[in-house]
Design a protein around this ligand. Structure first.
Ligand code: ATP
Ligand code: MG
Length: 779
């Protein structure tokens, strides 16, 4: 192979080396977790560029999560002497966004099109259902949204969907009306980003030829999770001269429920005439016990392509298993453990807390928040989805695009300005009748309501006027004040936190500007070497961010527009806390491809993980097992598995048995760090499990074999009640006024000792232990 700079290929084993230096042709790398697939992919990009085989503009690399894409850019920038930001490396959605920004005209979109996140999408669908006078019981907005997303993932427009019955016929009408509405408002949802890009590539030969010639190398990480549309999309971008490298692991396919197709791997082999499948068998990530656990677990799946994975790293520490009696206690334990690790010198950012469902993060988050431990949540209850943030963003979006009806409706009467439901209905009727946006239809409403609407439009216009030429920070500060949001929250009882969040928004914008290099020299960044190559809809130049400069004017998209895109696409991934050493919280899905020194997998309970929705069929269970395999294989050095006997979920206390996955792990690799309760073993547990599976009430069984908890060593009493009884975090207590609660945190000692207690209905309270009359109860 062409000579590479010294050192680039040094840390590769022979199979990896072969994959990295393969002559340009299609190849599939099929290998288990931690075997270096992503390393091969990034090193190949670096090698291709460093040996002069392709310019940075000739490479496209796709992955699934924002965090993984960032990771790839980071790894790459360490290997390349050139700036990597401008390269086409990102998520499917990120790349589609970039493509459509460059070719908005050809794609039939307004230049300042906005992206709907899933919340916006749902409310947009609701509006359509309402406008069509359909019954929300029969046309459940969530289900309709899924239907539309599913159609788009299958590449189907309303006219392509097969009419099976009357209900589908109506659904298709809703789909059509939703599309019209989005088009009118100049907004696109996530599925639309993909489909619109795919269709434009399919239908515009000149554009397709351009990109086909341009992308000489296309590399796809996590290929096992591509869905039908993504695969078709890929085939559009890959030209006769392109070489595609697909990298994946069938054991880590975790999106089948959303239409991902492991079958794409077989199709890829066949359709791209792949004559070489590269396998990697050595795991470089984890110690032996962790890998043993992963291997043993996944061996319970039947449909596998079959791969071996070994490590030469030695067994390392055993996998620690912890059982708690409540999710609060679990969180408390986790915090103590994480704090100890931190004191021992483990960076917080090297500690990940994984969970199966987003709902689980709430308890963890509030415990972390109260303990003052910095943390970041990826995905989940996201910063940009909070009401006050969405209000502010809506004003900002209206500045960019006054026809964005979703944003218009969100804030037209927020803060209140005397615009009632009647007025809005009139406005919507007028807009519908004329096929125009709400903004454009304001003149059609008469009387007081009309005047108030006009005042609202004037307010937004004035904000647009006043923010011309301001920095992003100044724009946001101005809008928060001028919109009346700040004043509104200043007078509201619970407004303080919301005001703080709005400040965070300003900080997030600031961080965004710094990170994305939106400074003065942004325009000077390298521009695509092939610019001007085709006449029609000239190709995008390479900009500092995922947003290319406007194809016609060459103008870089405004920082505001870029920030709004970022808010929709990356959601909470980039909060203002970025850069701080913080504990990493995320769902297992979001952890794909990542690795950490320490991993906690929490909530390992039947019904939760494996998830109850999956238990009815074998496919579902196998997917859960792959998910667990992904979770385990994120850990480099230390792995914790925890489960809890009770858990508050969706407002109910659930009594849980530990996950069946524990039975599938080799006992030799595990260490139980909670004493296993006598009587909580086989017989009792069997009853428990049976009761769970019957779905019947568990009340009768609960008290039965239960032993009082022996506090583990770390949870030695830290404080006492005013009567001198020992108290510890995780313990149940009774208070005369607030009733039963659970201690979350204890701070201070002696007369100063105070505890934070969750009293359920009465909420969280801080109580001075020397004063409060608390009685310990069996929780
Ligand atoms: P996953 O399936 O989880 O995405 P992967 O196959 O992509 O995993 P990588 O993330 O590329 O694996 O690699 C796992 C770890 O092993 C990384 O820290 C990587 O730097 C390291 N690694 C890979 N190959 C080697 C090697 N030849 N020598 C030393 N370390 C390696
Ligand atoms: Mg990887």
């Amino acid at each position: 192979p062409p000579t590479a700079p010294a050192g680039l290929l040094q840390h590769l084993n022979p199979e990896q080396y072969a994959a990295v230096t393969l002559p340009p042709r299609h190849v599939l790398v099929l290998a288990g977790a931690g075997s270096g697939k992503t390393r091969v992919l990034t090193t190949r990009i670096a090698w291709l560029i460093q040996t002069g085989q392709v310019g940075p503009g000739g490479v496209m690399a796709v992955t699934f999560t924002n965090k993984a894409a960032k990771e790839m850019l980071t790894r790459l920038s360490a290997m390349l002497p050139i700036p990597v930001r401008g390269m086409w490396i990102g998520t499917f959605h990120g790349l589609c966004n970039r493509f459509l920004r460059a070719h908005w005209k050809l794609a039939g979109l307004p230049q300042s099109f906005q992206i709907l996140d899933s919340q916006d999408q749902l409310s947009a669908v609701k509006r359509v259902i309402k406008a069509m006078n359909l019954d929300e019981e029969r046309f459940v907005p969530k289900q309709v949204t899924w239907f539309i997303a599913g159609c788009k993932e299958d590449g189907q427009r309303p006219k392509d969907v097969e009419v099976r019955d009357e209900h589908t016929r109506k659904l298709i009408e809703v789909y059509q009306a939703y599309e019209d509405q989005c088009q009118r408002e100049g907004v696109v949802d996530f599925g639309e980003l993909m489909l619109r890009t795919y269709e434009l590539m399919r239908d515009n030969a000149a554009l397709r030829e351009h990109y086909n010639r341009r992308f000489r190398h296309i590399l796809v990480d996590e290929f096992q999770d591509t869905n039908k549309l993504q695969y078709a999309w890929l085939k559009m971008f890959a030209g006769p001269e392109s070489a595609v490298m697909a990298v994946g692991d069938d054991d880590q396919s975790i999106y089948a429920f959303r239409g991902a197709q492991v079958g794409n791997m077989a199709d890829f082999e066949r359709e791209f005439r792949v004559d070489q499948v590269i396998k990697l068998e050595r795991n470089y990530r984890s110690f032996g016990n962790i890998l043993d656990a992963a291997n043993a677990l996944i061996s319970h799946n039947t449909r596998r392509l079959g791969k071996n994975l070994h490590t030469e790293a030695g067994p390392g520490e055993p996998v620690r298993v912890y059982e708690s009696n409540s999710d609060f206690a679990e969180a408390q334990w986790l915090i103590e453990e994480a704090q100890q690790l931190h004191r021992d010198g483990v960076a917080r950012s090297e500690t990940a807390v994984l969970y199966r469902s987003n709902a689980q993060s709430r308890v963890l988050e509030s415990a972390l928040f109260n303990a003052g431990i910095p943390y970041r949540v990826y995905g989940g209850l996201r910063f940009f989805e909070r009401a006050e943030i969405k209000h502010a963003l809506a004003y900002l979006r209206l500045i960019e695009n006054p026809n964005d009806d979703t944003s218009f409706l969100r804030v037209v009467n927020f803060p209140t300005r005397g615009i009632g439901a009647r007025t809005i209905e009139q406005l919507q009727d007028a807009a519908r009748a004329s096929g125009r946006s709400l903004h454009q239809s304001v003149g059609a409403v008469a009387g007081k309501g009309g005047a108030n609407l006009a005042a609202f439009v004037a307010l937004v216009d004035a904000m647009r006027e006043a923010t011309q030429g301001l920095t992003l920070r100044e724009i946001i500060e101005h809008v928060i004040e001028a919109s009346g949001l700040a004043d509104f929250y200043r007078t509201e009882k619970e407004g303080r936190e919301r005001l703080e969040n709005l400040d965070e928004l300003v900080n997030a914008a600031e961080a965004f500007v710094t990170q994305e290099g939106f400074g003065k020299d942004a325009v000077a960044l390298p521009v695509d070497e092939q610019a001007g190559a085709i006449a029609e809809g000239s190709p995008p130049a390479v900009a500092a961010v995922d947003l290319a400069p406007d194809a016609e004017t060459g103008e870089i998209v405004s920082p505001l527009a870029a920030f709004l895109t970022h808010a929709a696409l990356e959601a909470g991934d980039n909060q203002a806390q970025a850069g701080q050493d913080a504990l990493q919280l995320m769902t297992v899905h979001a952890a794909k491809g990542l690795e950490f020194d320490v991993v906690f997998i929490t909530g390992l309970e039947e019904g939760l993980f494996p998830h109850e929705n999956s238990l009815s069929d074998a496919d579902g269970l196998e997917e859960e097992r792959r998910l667990m395999y992904v979770a385990i294989t994120r850990a480099r050095k230390r792995l914790y598995l925890s489960h809890s006997q009770t858990r508050m979920l969706h407002g109910q206390t659930r009594y849980n048995v530990k996950s069946r996955f524990f039975d599938e792990l080799p006992e030799s690799a595990l260490k139980w760090i909670t004493p296993r309760h006598q009587g909580f073993g086989s017989g009792f547990e069997r009853d428990y499990r049976a009761a769970w599976q019957r779905g019947s009430g568990l009340g009768g069984i609960v008290g039965a074999g239960r032993q009082p908890d022996t506090p583990p060593a770390w949870a030695a009493p830290k404080a006492t009640t005013s009567e001198g009884q020992a108290l510890r975090a995780g313990q149940g207590v009774f208070h005369n006024k607030f009733g039963e609660g659970v201690i979350l945190t204890i701070e201070g000692s002696g007369a100063d000792a105070r505890a934070q207690i969750n009293f359920g209905r009465h909420g969280m309270k801080w109580l001075a232990l020397s004063v409060a009359k608390l009685t310990p109860v069996e929780s």
